[in-house]
Design a protein around this ligand. Sequence first.
Ligand code: C5P
Length: 240
Amino acid sequence: MGKDVIVACDFDRAAELFDFLDIFQEKKPFIKIGMELYNEEGSFIVRELKRRGHKIFLDLKIHDIPNTVKKTMMVLSRMEIDICDVHASGGIRMMEAALEGITRLDGKRPLLIGVTQLTSTDQEMLEEELLIRMPIDKVVMHYAQNVKKAGLDGIVCSPREAEAVHKKLGKRFITVTPGIRFADSEIGDQRRIMTPAQAKETGSNYIVVGRPITQAKDPLAAYQRCCDEFIDKPKKRTSK
Ligand code: C5P
């Protein structure tokens, strides 16, 4: 299973993103493109980032009736993205339609994952605004089971939920976890957070980190810190 740091590049324009990416010389980070940038720049931004050698998580969190989702996914399947997602709250039939749509004629497709509950949602909001009167971890697990039933590859969830998800649904079921903050960084609007090192302990496959990197004084150092905390260093060979 892959393990990587995905940088959430929540910029409004391509020019800002390219300025930001200029600081990365050797390793080309895995990039998450969100709704703001995709709606502004369209498929150009995906093709350009692929040309520059980045892997891409296109985070459009699609949620609509199954037929519309399938057709949208067929459009996305023409791009060389690596991960894309739908809202698990759209239901199993919608997720199955998404899987059909994203699978190309040659059988190849990017990883398709389901968003369970946004990491900005807390228990109070779940109950008072969404009228879901269940513990949030139970809701996340139930959605995760639906995602697996629909045949998707994994889920987006809080790192706080990743360990339980792997226990219940297996190590091959991927967890992609936003809501990452360094011990000494601003929390902002996130609620269910962890540090990269804590996320590693939970078995999370990919951490998604935005502002702690993009708004850091030294974004390259912040990215490196995430990698150091989250990814195992390759073992040195000992010569006999
Ligand atoms: O800046 P920050 O690290 O909070 O960015 C987290 C990113 O992950 C944002 O792009 C946000 O849209 C995304 N995300 C999230 N919670 C989810 C799914 C995606 O925060 N459940």
